[in-house]
Write a protein that binds this ligand. Structure first.
Ligand SMILES: [Zn+2]
Ligand SMILES: [Zn+2]
Length: 367
């Protein structure tokens, strides 16, 4: 079995369960939620559809991000429209549909942000490690356990924190936000740990990046015949800054954060300008009378947009720096044009940092 095949099946099962759960919740006849504040259900809508999109993306049924976003948006609108059916005794609302779309927009931005550059060093090893991680039931159990703990811890922390405020927010609201943040932090930490140990194993055993069979020595895998270039085994210099050394922190770190800040200020300015104009169509979303739940959803969208613009900028800067990998040592800046190369890999004569002689070609071969 190819690495990732079993994991994808489990992932698809999870996606269908999530879809059934959200559909049941949105179509439960006459569901009355005892919500602590006006508009809290908008937050629930956004969170539910964001999670749904994030769970469905890795199933691989749709591989193009724009198509996936369109399909998810269409589903969310259909889900809301079906609530207008008399038998379910629910009501379909434009604002609920907008909240659903906001959730999907945030999920799409997260998906774009998480996408890996196939030309980045170590991408083939990372991709194989991911497929091998999701194949292991222990990894799923570790993620489930850490999510549960993260949700509890995040919920308790935020409920406690808000009770100390001078104007406390509603406990259920902060529990929901705290649990969501707690799950995100715990899952991220767990996946980072799982991926690190798996990557170390893949490198130590020199696993074929196509079929996962260990013990690849030479230009091709003995099992499946796939090309495995020597450059596959180069360890990326830095994981923290998009695969470029820390000395580029201004271009790859500071400038993108500034850009994200500028975008956030522009969005805030635009929303203030629009709320002053008091356009009747925009009244439910802008201005002082907006219900607090909807405002929270829109704020989350603004933050997600600003963060993803910053991330996009940072990745583009890192790509440009890495494009010079075969001319200039990424670690010390030494000129590599005269350096020795052997089967697509060389070493800097100044600092001994390994480099890929033909990063684009290496990425093409790595797949
Ligand atoms: Zn192979
Ligand atoms: Zn060097």
């Amino acid at each position: 079995m190819r690495p990732g095949a079993r994991g994808t099946l489990w992932w698809r099962a999870l996606a269908w369960v999530a879809l059934a759960t959200v559909f049941t919740a949105t179509h439960w006849p006459n569901l009355q939620l005892d919500l602590p504040m006006r508009g809290s259900d908008k937050v629930l809508h956004a969170v539910a559809f964001m999670m749904l999109a994030l769970v469905w993306w890795p199933t691989g049924f749709i591989r193009s991000v724009p198509l996936f976003a369109l399909a998810a948006a269409a589903w969310s609108i259909l889900d809301e429209a079906l609530q207008a059916l008399p038998i379910v005794h629910r009501h379909a609302g434009v604002e609920d549909a907008v909240a659903n779309l906001c959730g999907i927009l945030i999920a799409t931005l997260v998906i774009i942000a998480m996408r890996q550059d196939p030309r980045a060093p170590g991408h083939a090893v990372r991709a194989l490690s991911w497929r091998m991680v999701i194949d292991r039931p222990q990894a799923w159990m570790a993620c489930a356990a850490s999510s549960a703990l993260g949700a509890m811890a995040g919920g308790v922390i935020l409920v406690t924190a808000q009770s100390m405020l001078r104007q406390p927010i509603k406990p259920m609201h902060s529990a929901l936000i705290g649990a969501t943040l707690g799950i995100a932090v715990a899952l991220h930490a767990t996946i980072v740990v799982l991926m690190r140990s798996m990557e170390a194993r893949v490198r130590a055993q020199r696993c074929c990046t196509t079929c996962g069979a260990p013990g690849v020595h030479g230009p091709a895998c003995a099992g499946c015949g796939a090309l495995v270039p020597e450059a596959t085994w180069i360890t990326p210099i830095s994981r923290s800054l998009g695969g470029v050394p820390d000395r580029h922190w201004v271009r790859v770190g500071l400038v993108p954060v500034g850009i994200a800040g500028v975008v956030l200020v522009m969005i805030m300015g635009a929303s203030i300008a629009l709320s002053i104009r008091r356009d009747p169509v925009l009244q439910p979303y802008l201005g002082p009378e907006v219900d607090p739940g909807m405002r929270l959803v829109l704020d989350a969208v603004a933050l997600a947009v600003a963060a993803s613009v910053g991330l996009w900028w940072s990745r583009r800067a890192a790509q440009r720096i890495r494009a010079r990998e075969s001319f200039e040592c990424l670690a010390c800046g030494h000129d590599l044009r005269g350096a020795q190369r052997e089967s697509g890999v060389g070493c800097c004569s100044e600092c001994a940092e390994p480099f890929r002689a033909d990063p684009v070609g290496a990425a093409r071969q790595e797949g």
